[in-house]
Design a protein around this ligand. Structure first.
Ligand code: NDP
Length: 247
């Protein structure tokens, strides 16, 4: 994919899927501005890996649930590179528990990062993208947002909400050559899934027709596809990257 001359903002780019997405875009020549919550050394590692691929990259600490921090992130990207062509809303967290024991604070924390964070980032770039009559927004949803999962009422709500926002904003921005799509990964090998109990991992693996967990690159390539110049006629869609899990 060719992203030469394009600038991408990737939230949660320090680790896991966000790192792989940053590298995939950098490989295509994009300038990458990634944000992270607190893991500065991991973020710097991603920056160095992007630069080793020949691109320019920048890491900014930003809690995506805070509007002033999101504004500062986008301002930094514009100051460094003059425009934002691609936004990947990848930052996400889990706080799993069955509904009966789920704390209200855990519902609020998950929806604040996953759902409100996506809203704030889209809002912060929408005007700029409309003005330049070009933009590609890709939001990370989940198989759980499509089908639900016991123990993840908060996470499922946030990821289903991301799909609703994706489709709504796609309708608002389509005439300005700004596409908004979502990717719904299944079970991907990252820190997030490493924290799951072994029994849950085994159950999930057995539900994947392809017969293996997803790799971060599997998702990164799908994101890059939707972030490309050539996919301007695809908007408001949810692309499952789950080895057939949701068939
Ligand atoms: P990881 O836990 O491996 O990484 C999470 C990333 O998000 C880190 O870069 C972290 O930064 C950042 N982050 C967390 N909270 C915030 C915040 N408030 N503001 C800014 N950045 C934040 O997650 P994954 O790579 O596994 O997941 C990435 C996305 O993909 C998430 O949205 C997740 O819900 C989704 N997804 C993942 C699946 C999987 O199987 N792994 C399946 C389906 C969807 P730091 O390093 O500083 O902590």
């Amino acid at each position: 994919m060719n992203f030469c001359g394009k600038t991408a903002v990737v939230t949660g780019g320090s680790r896991g899927l966000g790192r792989a997405i940053s590298l995939e875009l950098a490989k295509g020549g994009a300038n990458v501005v990634l944000c992270y919550a607190g893991n500065e050394s991991a973020a710097e590692e991603t920056v160095q890996s992007c630069e080793a691929l020949g691109g320019k990259a920048l890491a900014i600490r930003c809690d995506v649930s805070q509007s002033d921090e999101v504004k500062a992130l986008m301002d930094a990207a514009l100051t460094a590179f003059g425009r934002i062509d691609i936004l990947v809303n990848n930052a996400g967290i889990t706080r799993d528990a069955l509904l009966m024991t789920m704390k209200e604070a855990d519902f609020d924390a998950v929806t604040a990062t996953n759902l409100k964070g996506t809203f704030l980032c889209m809002k912060a770039v929408a005007r700029q993208m409309m003005r330049q009559k070009y933009g590609r927004i890709v939001n990370l949803s989940s198989v759980v947002g499509l089908h639900g999962n016991a123990g993840q009422v908060n996470y499922a709500a946030s990821k289903a909400g991301v799909i609703g926002m994706t489709k709504s904003l796609a309708k608002e921005l389509a005439s300005r050559n700004v596409t908004v799509n979502a990717v719904a990964p299944g079970f991907i090998d990252t820190d997030m899934t490493a924290a799951l109990p072994e029994a849950a991992k085994t159950a999930m693996l057995s539900a994947i027709p392809v017969g293996r967990a997803g790799r971060t690159e599997d998702v990164a390539r799908a994101v890059a596809f939707l972030a490309g110049d050539e996919t301007g006629y695809i908007t408001g869609q949810v692309l499952s990257v789950d080895g057939g899990m949701s068939m």
